[in-house]
Design a protein around this ligand. Structure first.
Ligand SMILES: *Cc1c(COP(=O)(O)O)cnc(C)c1O
Length: 452
């Protein structure tokens, strides 16, 4: 046990933290954050940390943002919550009006959930029920990609494919059909960006041709498979997926939870391909990192399949206690206003270019960096033992975790995904802060390598 403050001891007395082996906390106790402002978090000892991962990819405009604080306080004064069945309120209506103008064309109706995984559950239920009601009773399965991530409830795990999250629960899960997904760093066709025509879509084509009669939907993370290690793939894959799912009467579900709200340099990742899914899940940045809320958007066609006289039994009877919470809606409305008024997408692309240039400069030729890849304000590199063979450090070395600990001491919150070190900063990051983030990252990597 390392020395701990009173608060740290009490935390460990009561709290079971997410995505953690609690025993690790004996050596690295939880950091008690007392304040967040902009890019920075401050702990009880006065240490500061640059939040280079936007606190699990949710924060867009910095911590304790003055503009959002104001509307949050204002909304709390008039209405904090109300049951959302038969009741409604202006923030939800305004959000519907604004959101449907900026999402891919054809997504016209919003269904509220309160976290990403739940929105995936809703997407699956909607698609399944749609086809049951439309007379396609054989459609009971889903297709998704290898190494995909869609959240950690039982239904979401079924379409996901990250063993550390799924393995234990396999007996509880109704597994989706898994299709080998794009993996450009290890491209099986040895293609480069200019020769890629998403040839790897052949696997999806095969699965869809074989199974479309029993499949309701294909679920993918468009453009970037986040948890898989910020794997960026060609928008051409999405164009092909849209064409084929349409042709074969299968829904296309886009999980934009991580990539939506500007992350990839467009408002939604599907825009890179110019495609509209049938169902789209959004969360994370939707409330700029303030409030647990997510939304499932769907086409008019899907909505209409549930619209009937009550006793036809076609209603979608899914609900959450906090569905459509006014505080969350009001913040989401403000988030959209900020995007529009402050030209946030332009900013993301400008800062993204700066990040790319600097990262390439700093890591160029590094013997342990297999590849640097980036889209919008997601930057990532593959940390390898051998650049030529792409051999990785063994998982037992916990390379990512070791680098994470070193970076914390240097004042940066980087949270590698296995051997992939990535940057996903809030959009308010400045060029100086980008330099500092990269510098700390480089020093942490060097210090780790020197310690091996
Ligand atoms: C985070 C994430 C989810 C799950 O969202 P939660 O709010 O954590 O349940 C689902 N899909 C993707 C792509 C994500 O990044």
């Amino acid at each position: 046990m390392v020395k701990m403050s009173e608060l740290q001891k009490k935390d460990l007395e009561y709290i079971f933290h997410p995505c953690s082996q609690m025993k690790d906390y004996e050596k690295l106790p939880p950091m008690v954050i007392t304040e967040g402002k902009g890019m920075y978090l401050k702990d009880e000892f006065g240490n500061t940390y640059m939040d280079c991962v936007s606190s699990w990819w949710v924060n867009l405009f910095g911590h304790s943002n003055d503009r959002i604080n104001k509307v949050l306080a204002d909304q709390a004064k008039s209405l904090e919550h109300v049951i959302f069945a038969n009741f409604t309120h202006k923030p939800a209506i305004e959000l519907g009006e604004r959101l449907t103008k900026v999402v891919p064309k054809g997504l016209t109706k919003l269904f509220f959930t309160d976290n990403g995984a739940s929105s995936i559950e809703v997407a699956l239920k909607l698609s399944f029920q749609y086809y049951q009601q439309a007379g396609f009773s054989k459609k009971k399965r889903f297709i998704s990609l290898t190494d995909g991530y869609h959240g950690e409830t039982i239904g979401a795990l079924a379409v996901g494919d990250v063993d550390i999250f799924t393995e234990t629960y396999r007996p509880l899960i109704k597994e989706s059909i898994k299709v080998q997904g794009p993996n450009c760093f290890h491209c099986p066709f040895n293609l480069k960006a200019d020769t890629c025509d998403a040839q790897c879509f052949n696997k999806m084509e095969e699965a869809l041709n074989n199974h479309h009669e029993e499949v309701a939907a294909v679920v993918v993370e468009p453009l970037v498979q986040g948890v898989a290690g910020m794997r960026i793939y060609s928008p051409k894959y999405l164009i092909k997926l849209r064409e084929l799912t349409k042709k074969l009467n299968v829904h296309f579900v886009a999980d934009e939870i991580a990539v939506g709200f500007g992350r990839t340099g467009k408002m939604f990742a599907c825009e890179h391909a110019g495609v509209s899914p049938d169902i789209m899940c959004i969360g994370k940045g939707l409330t700029a990192g303030y409030f647990p809320m997510s939304i499932v958007l769907m086409t008019e066609d899907i909505y209409n399949a549930f619209y009937a006289d009550y006793f036809e039994g076609k209603s979608f009877l899914h609900s959450h206690s906090y569905s459509g919470n006014p505080l969350g809606c009001r913040i989401a409305v403000e988030t959209l206003k900020i995007f529009e008024e402050d030209k946030v997408i332009e900013t993301i692309n400008k800062k993204g270019e700066y990040l790319r240039k600097k990262a390439m400069e700093l890591f160029k030729g590094h013997p342990n960096i297999g590849e640097y890849r980036q889209v919008g304000l997601i930057g990532a590199f593959e940390f390898v033992k051998d650049k030529e063979t792409k051999e990785l450090f063994p998982p037992t070395d916990r390379v990512g975790y070791e680098i994470y600990k070193i970076a914390l001491k240097k004042g940066a919150l980087l949270r590698p995904l296995g051997n992939v070190i990535y940057f996903m900063p809030p959009y308010i990051i400045t060029e100086e802060e980008i330099d500092k983030m990269l510098q700390i990252c480089k020093e942490s990597v060097e210090e780790y390598l020197a310690s091996r």
